[in-house]
Design a protein around this ligand. Structure first.
Ligand code: WQD
Length: 334
């Protein structure tokens, strides 16, 4: 089976490429390298012995995308490509709607023209908005109370996939709602290495630990949570990648939706402590005002994926911290 990964040199995409290759799938990667590096292809090769065919293409460049599909003869697309900085999306909504939604429309049109009928989509727990409860399940109504254009684009794309499915009975879409991906491949060759200024907790902790950022700002310690700081469901990126392989094996007509999370919540202070324990050094931080739009607590109910995909997370927060520190040591040596 030949699979095209859009955004495949990115954090989640590259780890998924490794798992697919190690499961015997043929992989090609399309990426515009806006938030990733071409050297990731070499890193994938170091781990798997295979360097995927690469297309440096922007999904907004329709003729270029059409050419990739004309030549590719793909059986399935895994769609990771998209801008994902929540804060930036508030400042630049048109950039996010054009890139994420417009790019996806181009992708779906090329799939239709080339009769590629299967897609796995990288969605996000952000589509749940504010449900008023911490534990999130797939049948909850989405799209209500989303606090940023990034999250809105993910919701719109989910709706797009449902509508395409209604128009074509052969179309198969699996929507995977990620919670908070963290960690790195145990080899140390792959990890989260964004080109842009990170928004997320772990890449910021990484930059604080190597001195690129002076200290971590903890966005509020007055939430109604175990220790007052925000609680999230941090899932190891390798578990997340394996979830894509599991989902691929169970695809069928229509749209299937799954939470990919651990089902457990961890607070910011607990994440800081875990990183300090793994690194053996203190992490400088200060508590500041809450970040607008943040919820106190959210975590997955992963039962549907556990049962229907026969997929369970196996790696812990401690594993994620150890793998992150191992990755940092590798990139420092480069
Ligand atoms: C986690 C916790 C912050 C940074 C977002 C997207 C979601 C997904 C994951 C892509 C919160 C706290 C953070 C910092 C902090 N992305 N924090 N200081 O907001 O749960 O989710 O990223 O799919 O779609 O919405 O993740 O890592 O930004 O925040 O205290 O410098 O860490 O308040 O409690 P979030 P996050």
């Amino acid at each position: 089976m030949k699979i095209l990964l859009t955004g495949g040199t990115g954090y989640i995409g590259s780890h998924t490429a490794v798992e697919l290759l190690e499961n015997g799938y043929e992989v090609e990667i399309l990426d515009n390298l806006f938030n990733s590096k071409k050297t990731v292809l070499d890193d994938i090769e170091k781990i798997t012995g295979i360097k995927p065919k690469f297309h440096e293409v922007d999904l907004l460049d329709m003729p270029a995308v059409e050419k990739v599909f004309e030549e590719g003869n793909f059986d399935l697309v895994m769609h990771f490509a998209g801008l994902k900085a929540v804060g930036e999306s508030v400042e630049k909504p048109l950039k996010y709607y054009e890139n994420n939604v417009g790019g996806t429309i181009n992708l779906l049109k090329c799939m239709e023209k080339s009769r590629v009928k299967r897609i796995v989509f990288s969605s996000s727990a952000t589509v749940y908005g504010n449900q008023g409860v911490a534990e999130l399940t797939e049948e909850m109504q989405t799209g209500v109370g989303i606090t940023n254009p990034y999250g809105e684009t993910k919701h719109i794309i989910e709706e797009l996939l449902k509508d395409v499915s209604e128009s074509d009975s052969e179309f198969e879409a699996t929507i995977l709602r990620y919670f908070n991906p963290v960690g790195a491949h145990s080899s140390g060759f792959l990890g989260e290495d964004p080109n842009d200024i990170p928004n997320n907790l772990m890449p910021i902790i990484m930059k604080v630990s190597i001195g690129e950022i002076k200290e971590l700002s903890v966005y509020g310690d007055d939430y109604d949570t175990i220790d007052g700081t925000g609680v999230r469901d941090y899932i190891h990126v390798v578990d997340l990648a394996k979830g894509h392989v599991a989902a691929l094996k169970k695809m069928g007509p229509g749209v299937s939706i799954y939470n990919l999370g651990t089902g457990k919540g961890t607070s910011v202070f607990e994440m800081i402590s875990a990183f300090e324990k793994a690194s053996g050094k203190k992490l400088p931080y200060k508590v500041v005002e809450r970040r607008p739009g943040d919820l106190a607590e959210m975590y997955a109910n992963p039962n549907k994926a556990n049962q229907e995909l026969d997929w369970h997370t196996e790696l812990s927060i401690e594993d994620a911290m150890n793998d992150t520190i191992n990755y940092l040591r590798h990139i420092e040596k480069k």
